[in-house]
Design a protein around this ligand. Structure first.
Ligand SMILES: [Zn+2]
Length: 421
């Protein structure tokens, strides 16, 4: 048996009045963070402590009216998250905590205790959940959760978080379960090459592709809205308030972008599930995306070449969200009894997978690979070739430390990853 912890996200059916109340709670949580940050920085170092912060929060909740809308438990979570943010900073994982601005913030409220939630299923498609200070709210039931008679010490919901995106408020449950360990996956090994023109190409020749996430009609309306927003922004005077019409335009842009993101995530989930079910050992390149998307702009004295082209490529690299594909594959292969391995990336797209030589000009185009080594002459699809190289590196024993079963591999920014050779 293995313990498993995961999140499950579901859409909440709030009335407009309830949604406004949750908005208020989320803004109070943001205000609480900012006050806490200000207080922390103002205090001499020797006086900073979790106990003092806790006392300050209690006092602030009594004295400041608008902080009172935030439930006490949620206020405690703000403090806890703030302290974790400092710990992450001191350990070199992140930068210092900062003030949370209104404009770039993902609104969220935490419900740290699972027993406050009283989750129950009321319909094939709907569940009910208690939200502090709001009441009983319906949510979309898309997965069987351990509630009611199925809940026990090992299988239960331990907490939740309300998160708002362009499509409204959602609830993310924290779920703990105890499940039978999966049997070792008997499937074959496969190497994966991720790319821009072909998103996922496997070493056995199969490919996973997708079209544009928005229909032509949606794309043209997105473009129209973006132009309209840019035009209104340009004509706005310094210090002038953003009009209600501009706000509505922004909301519609956000809605369309969120729709595209959902379709992309849906495709990633389906693709990675299929790969994890089919193959026992999945090998990917260890890509350092921050290095790949470096700007080509250059400096004032030495301007770069093909700046626009490179920035377009960078945008497509970001748009493909490889990191998320890898993250999904990591936990899905582990769930299916398989494993995911990473191999060093350099050269996988230039090297010939038949003879192992890097001969200049072998990669004739984005799609075609023709080995220029006179003794070899292998021809094939360039992405297929790269996938075969990735698998070959794994078979040679060049895999980096496996990340299988761990959704997040945490290490300090300045520490180089250990490699096993
Ligand atoms: Zn060759």
């Amino acid at each position: 048996m293995v313990k498993r912890q995961f999140g499950h996200r579901a859409r909440l059916a709030l009335t407009p009045a309830q949604a406004r109340l949750v908005d208020d709670q989320a803004h109070a949580a943001r205000g609480m963070w900012n006050l806490l940050h200000e207080w922390w920085q103002m205090l001499p170092k020797h006086q900073r402590s979790p106990v003092a912060a806790d006392a300050a929060i209690r006092q602030a909740r009594k004295e400041i009216d608008w902080l009172g809308v935030l439930p006490a438990q949620a206020a405690q979570t703000v403090l806890k998250t703030y302290l974790v943010a400092w710990r992450n900073c001191w350990d070199g994982r992140t930068r210092e905590p900062a003030f949370k601005t209104r404009s770039r913030l993902v609104l969220s409220v935490d419900i740290p205790q699972g027993r406050d939630l009283h989750v129950s299923r009321v319909h094939r498609r709907w569940g009910m959940v208690n939200i502090p200070r709001i009441g009983r709210v319906r949510f979309r039931w898309t997965k069987d959760l351990p509630v009611g008679k199925w809940a026990n010490q090992e299988n239960r919901i331990t907490g939740a978080r309300l998160v708002k995106d362009a499509l409204g408020w959602h609830i993310t449950f924290r779920v703990t379960t105890l499940e039978a360990a999966p049997a070792l996956h008997q499937g074959s090994e496969v190497g994966i090459d991720v790319g821009v023109s072909v998103p996922i190409a496997l070493s056995d020749g199969s490919v996973y592709t997708h079209g544009s996430w928005l229909t032509e009609e949606e794309q043209s309306s997105l473009l129209r809205l973006e132009r309209r927003a840019a035009h209104r922004r340009a004509s706005r005077k310094q210090g002038e308030k953003i009009s209600g019409r501009l706000h509505r335009t922004y909301d519609r842009i956000q809605g369309l972008r969120a729709r595209a993101k959902r379709r992309h995530l849906d495709w990633q989930h389906k693709t990675t599930t299929e790969i994890a079910r089919k193959y026992g050992i999945v090998v990917v390149e260890a890509l350092t995306i921050p290095n790949m998307v470096k700007s080509a702009k250059g400096t004032m004295d030495r301007p770069g070449k093909n700046v626009a082209q490179k920035s377009g490529l960078n945008r497509s690299i970001y748009a493909e969200a490889w990191g998320r594909t890898i993250r999904l594959l990591t936990y899905k292969t582990a769930l299916a009894g398989g494993s995911l391995h990473e191999v060093p990336a350099p050269g996988t797209s230039q090297r010939c997978s038949a003879c192992g030589h890097i001969t200049p000009g072998s990669r004739e185009s984005q799609a075609v690979f023709v080995c220029k080594n006179p003794d070899c002459g292998w021809t094939g699809n360039a992405d297929h070739n790269a996938g075969r190289n990735v698998l070959h590196l794994y078979r040679m024993g060049l895999a980096l430390v496996p990340a299988a079963g761990r959704a997040v591999v945490r290490r300090a920014c300045r520490v180089k990853p250990a490699t096993v050779r």
